[in-house]
Ligand binder design. Structure first.
Ligand code: AMP
Ligand code: ZN
Ligand code: FE
Ligand code: FE
Length: 285
């Protein structure tokens, strides 16, 4: 069976493999198609697409948008982005500027708490976009916490001592941006919304009115029951089915590319269905 992974991160956001290394890893893992879906950036896409040619992997250019809604935070994956998604790039600049301010604020809070960290050392560790996982790694390296998870529980997580909220897009705006680029829009890891089936169905209908095309049914953290539940919802609502591991490399060592914790097995058929839907809409594949 041809297998795929439509949710992955590289060093362009908070992953630890470069886009090229990621595509090579996909080839090594025997994947036929890979979507690079870095958080709020498309910077890794040219390198990933070139590596796709080099290693014989179908690379689908994507991104993962972080949104804030009444239901809490929500992630939306866009697939088949154009070469120059200028509207998205503008929005990312706005988000990135907010993230930069936030990172400085987190450093200030940690310093206030008597923890010796500098923006420069976090930036050096991150290489690309700085996020809370990098702060967690520094706190761990410095022995401030015993585990990376403790860094989130005590300092960086919601309500933590150095928690700073993030500037985010609304799901409606994110979907509007993606549709304007001709992308296929997928609700990522629906289990994180912690909704009942009825609540999720209502939310999906609302998002579909704004252009949502699909839902991530296969995901590392989804139980077999959740896979079935989300699959049934997709069928009922006529949504496309997507699936990915959310691979991040060493920062999430328990997740392997295409395999998640070992149980993921995402068929290429999903890509075929998405492409058929795109062709029907006159969109490029
Ligand atoms: P950021 O985009 O900087 O807010 O970082 C988000 C990332 O931090 C997520 O993708 C997770 O990997 C990680 N993260 C956020 N909250 C927690 C938490 N409570 N426990 C563990 N990891 C978390
Ligand atoms: Zn991430
Ligand atoms: Fe996500
Ligand atoms: Fe992700």
């Amino acid at each position: 069976m041809k297998r795929i992974d439509l949710h992955t991160h590289s060093t362009a956001s908070d992953g630890t493999l470069s886009p090229r290394e990621l595509v090579r890893a996909a080839a090594d893992a025997g994947l036929s198609a890979l979507a690079l879906t870095d958080h709020d950036t498309v910077d890794g896409l040219p390198e990933a697409l070139a590596a796709g040619e080099e290693f014989g992997v179908e690379v689908i250019p994507g991104c993962e948008l972080s949104c804030e809604s009444d239901a809490g935070w929500m992630h939306i994956v866009g697939l088949w982005l154009p070469e120059h998604p200028s509207g998205l790039v503008e929005a990312f600049k706005w988000v990135l500027e907010g993230r930069k301010n936030r990172n400085h604020d987190i450093v200030a809070k940690l310093n206030e708490l008597g923890i010796d960290v500098t923006y420069e050392e976090i930036a050096e560790l991150a290489g690309g976009v700085i996020g809370r996982p990098h702060f967690a790694r520094i706190l761990h390296q410095k022995g401030v916490v015993e585990t990376v998870q403790e860094a989130f529980d005590v300092y960086l997580g919601t309500g933590g001592k150095a928690y700073i909220p993030k500037r985010k897009l609304s799901p409606e705006r994110a979907l509007g941006l993606l549709k304007a680029e001709g992308a296929t829009a997928v609700l990522a890891h629906p289990f994180m919304l912690e909704m009942t089936v009825d609540q999720l169905e209502a939310k999906l209908r609302e998002l579909m009115d704004h252009g949502l095309d699909g839902i991530e049914v296969f995901y590392t953290e989804h139980t077999p029951e959740q896979v079935e539940k989300y699959g049934r919802l997709a069928e009922k609502l006529g949504l496309l089915v997507s699936g990915g591991s959310d691979f991040h490399g060493e920062v999430k060592p328990h997740i392997s590319l295409g395999r998640g914790r070992g149980e993921l097995d995402i068929p290429y058929e999903l890509v075929e269905r998405m492409k058929a839907s795109r062709r029907d809409q006159g969109l490029p594949v």
